[in-house]
Write a protein that binds this ligand. Structure first.
Ligand code: ZN
Ligand code: ZN
Length: 390
């Protein structure tokens, strides 16, 4: 018998508002949306941020069309968790069936999520009205403390500490347990305890890490979010095995998220920063938790031969250094010194010489797009920023 496997995909990881700033491109700019496929084929979607549109465009019916049923948990009604709904194309297909779970908001009353749908699609906020949404939609109210079963999976919801309320979800599958706890600020003893219960012994604990520990203590206190340090502390306390830092601040560049991750890794063995396109499998033999980064986030690739010295740290924490050859390089862009002044936003051909296998020369030809022009380091030259397109 093969081991049961669950697959968790990250479609949106950014908090508060989507970002399209190139400096946030690597971790990604879409707001929260996760997909979990349990070993029994049940499909779960966690939150409906702008990442939901991408999930919709790659939509495949769960269970190979046999039982096209999907269960969607919405943690709360802030924009960044609902904004993808009108853009989720499977909602416009008659054969699909969606079960939505969320809480009754005191600001909205009965059928809160249904009202959110209607309000989002009311004229003049969206060009088509609800009648175009042909998929079957069922709404279920849940609240903190509720437990229920879907297929072979046990779900628990708990309240988190966030303005206007928020639910965290624990999904226990035969392959392992995933806990999704975003939009939470530590410091309320009762709700801190409810988060500890939710996260106890989880295989994957996805936690709000929007702010730095310094921001959380000072300028961002009371904003309803957390830090990597609180996540590490809690994961350790309750024996959560892998921590995923989530809900990155829209002002956090990729370098800033890198630095947050680096600090977290100094204190915790198994931690990842959520990244758009990242897939974590759970329950596979060997390592219980495996993370993959599919090619979607890498840029233009070219085969080349560059001799290189590589140094880094192994999985067991040992420093290493070795010499090797880079055979496949991904390129986003370059800064090139030129005597000619190309037109901004025009196309450039760039041919680079690369050393071949036995000292021979070969060349790499790339087409690019001029994105910036600055004064060059030397007189009579300009520094041209190029983004490679093919
Ligand atoms: Zn949020
Ligand atoms: Zn929120």
């Amino acid at each position: 018998m093969t081991a049961p496997i669950a697959k968790l995909s990250f479609w949106g990881v950014r908090g508060s508002t989507p970002t399209v700033d190139p400096a946030t491109w690597r971790y990604g700019g879409n707001t929260p949306c996760l997909e979990l496929t349990a070993p029994d084929g049940t499909q779960f979607i966690l939150d409906c941020g702008t990442g939901l549109r991408m999930l919709g465009s790659r939509w495949r019916t769960p269970n190979g069309g046999g039982n096209p049923e999907t269960h969607i948990f919405v943690t709360h009604y802030h924009w960044d968790h609902i904004q993808g709904i009108p853009f989720f194309s499977p909602l416009y297909a008659e054969n699909n069936e969606f079960h939505f779970y969320s809480f009754r908001s005191k600001f909205l009353g009965r059928d809160s999520l249904k009202q959110v749908f209607e309000a989002q699609m009311a004229l003049p906020y969206f060009p088509v009205d609800m009648s175009a949404m042909n998929a079957k939609r069922k709404f279920k109210e849940v609240e903190g403390g509720d437990t229920f079963t879907i297929g072979e999976n046990k779900i628990t919801a708990k309240w988190l500490n966030h303005p206007q309320g928020c639910l965290g979800f624990r999904i226990e599958t035969p392959a392992g347990t995933v806990v999704y706890a975003t939009d939470n600020e530590p410091g309320d003893p009762k709700l801190d305890e409810s988060l500890r219960e939710l996260a106890a012994g989880a295989d994957i604990f996805i936690n709000d890490a929007q702010f730095t520990p310094e921001q959380l203590k000072t300028t961002r206190k009371g904003w309803g979010h957390s830090s990597w340090q609180e996540g590490v502390k809690l994961a350790r306390e309750v024996g959560a095995k892998t921590l995923v830092l989530f809900h990155h601040d829209p002002d956090s560049t990729d370098r800033m998220v890198d630095s947050i991750l680096r600090q977290a890794r100094e204190e915790c063995d198994s931690v990842f920063a959520a990244s758009e396109g990242m897939v974590i499998t759970l329950g596979a033999t060997g390592d219980n938790v495996q993370a993959h980064m599919p090619g979607a986030r890498t840029s233009l690739r070219r085969e080349a031969q560059f001799r290189a010295k590589v140094s880094g740290v192994t999985e067991d924490g040992k420093a290493f250094q070795e010499e090797t050859v880079v055979r496949d390089i991904s390129l986003q862009g370059a800064l090139i010194s030129l005597q000619n002044l190309p037109q901004l936003q025009s196309e450039l051909q760039v041919t680079m010489q690369t050393p071949g296998e036995n000292g021979s020369q070969s060349s790499m030809r790339l087409k690019g797009y001029v994105v910036r022009i600055d004064a060059g380091a030397e007189k009579g030259q300009v520094a041209v920023g190029v983004v490679f397109t093919d």
